[in-house]
Design a protein around this ligand. Structure first.
Ligand SMILES: *Cc1c(COP(=O)(O)O)cnc(C)c1O
Length: 350
């Protein structure tokens, strides 16, 4: 008979978040952004790190503004960040969204004439305005700037978003010129253009506020940032079982790996349902005290098998670290650094 209420034991999978590295990355981006202020994109649960965790570290570090995509992402932040420091990038789609902004005091980012009208009808107030200067994604077209509903807006952050700041292409200069024109045309308190990569393009791109996301969490979108940015996220997994293979034994679904000799392998509690996608099959790398432990065979939903030849002391219940240096992992997997972060699933203890 059970005698105590069962508490869920810790997962055999956890994300180690280096808070010092997170704060240090923000400070590095702020040094590059100054005298502009530096905010933080914490959408998608802080790129997988945890939006609350990120905000809890970055607010005391000095981050002035926090950007989420969805209205549903606001609640998580309200007791760690002042409401008027939160902007919702997708803007209001329904009267309920606008009413929620009014009730909480968070700022909507207005992206269209329809959103401008919705915001006015809800009572309006200070908002941000996203104008499209060439990415042709969400944002007010330049041609709509003269619209009556848009002209009535009281704009705090006047922003635009760069399409290719991680590359050296003419579009960066084109967007920059349009954004400078915009700054003259639309009354606003603060202007903002640069994401992480845009910060490295230089002070002309900074305005009064920068909006880094990826680089805060250890991503390196441009080589200029490589020496400034530290790894923040370290996925760790426990070894569930160790087994001995003999020559000819196949491993995992479809036996895509066949042992050529006797070898020791470990089964770890990490699979594609956790965001460790099948592209890592036969390619991924784990580490134990610096020793390299290659993924063998297919990654499956909840498990991956690794070669323990280099680490004879690693046994059942021991933890190994997933090699997750973002620029290198992106090159090895074909996934983007953004995907590598935001894929990391709900089963990780954070
Ligand atoms: C996600 C996002 C950012 C942050 O971009 P990174 O490339 O991750 O630095 C900044 N601004 C807007 C509008 C965004 O959607």
């Amino acid at each position: 008979m059970p005698t105590m209420p069962a508490e869920t034991p810790p997962a055999a999978l956890r994300l180690e978040i280096d808070r010092d590295a997170l704060a240090s990355n923000w400070a590095a981006l702020h040094r590059l952004s100054r005298p502009a202020r530096t905010g933080a994109a914490v959408k998608a649960d802080g790129y997988g790190v945890g939006a609350r965790t990120a905000a809890t570290v970055l607010r005391p570090a000095g981050s002035s503004d926090f950007f989420v995509a969805h209205w549903s992402e606001v609640q998580d932040l309200l007791d760690v960040v002042p409401a008027d420091a939160i902007s919702v990038l997708h803007g209001p789609l329904t009267p309920a969204d606008a009413a929620f902004a009014c009730a909480t005091g968070v700022r909507p980012v207005i992206n269209s004439i329809m959103q401008a009208r919705l915001w006015s009808e809800a009572g309006g107030g200070l908002c941000d305005l996203m104008v499209d200067t060439g990415i042709n994604r969400l944002g007010l077209p330049l041609a709509d700037l003269g619209d009556e509903a848009v002209r009535r807006l009281r704009v705090d952050v006047l922003m635009s978003h760069l399409a290719s700041a991680d590359e050296d292409v003419p579009l960066n200069g084109v967007q920059l010129a349009r954004w400078h024109e915009l700054r003259r045309a639309v009354p606003h308190a603060r202007a903002s253009l640069a994401n992480s990569a845009g910060i490295a393009l230089g002070s002309a791109y900074h305005g009064e506020l920068t909006r880094p996301g990826l680089a805060l969490y250890g991503g390196v979108p441009r080589p200029e940032l490589a020496s400034e940015i530290r790894q923040v996220v370290r996925p760790m997994a426990a070894v569930l079982q160790v087994r001995e293979l003999t020559a000819g034994d196949g491993v995992g679904y479809n036996s895509t790996f066949v042992a050529e000799r006797r070898m020791r392998v470990g089964v770890i509690a990490l699979g594609y349902a956790d965001g460790y996608l099948r592209c890592w099959s036969g390619k991924g790398l784990l580490r134990s005290q610096g020793r390299r432990l290659a993924v063998v065979g297919r990654v499956s939903m909840d498990m991956t098998v690794i070669d323990l030849t280099a680490a004879p002391d690693v046994g059942e219940g021991d933890w190994v670290e997933v090699d997750y240096n973002l620029p290198q992992a992106a090159a090895a997997s074909g996934l983007s650094q953004y995907e590598l972060l935001t894929l990391l699933g709900r089963r990780f203890g954070r």
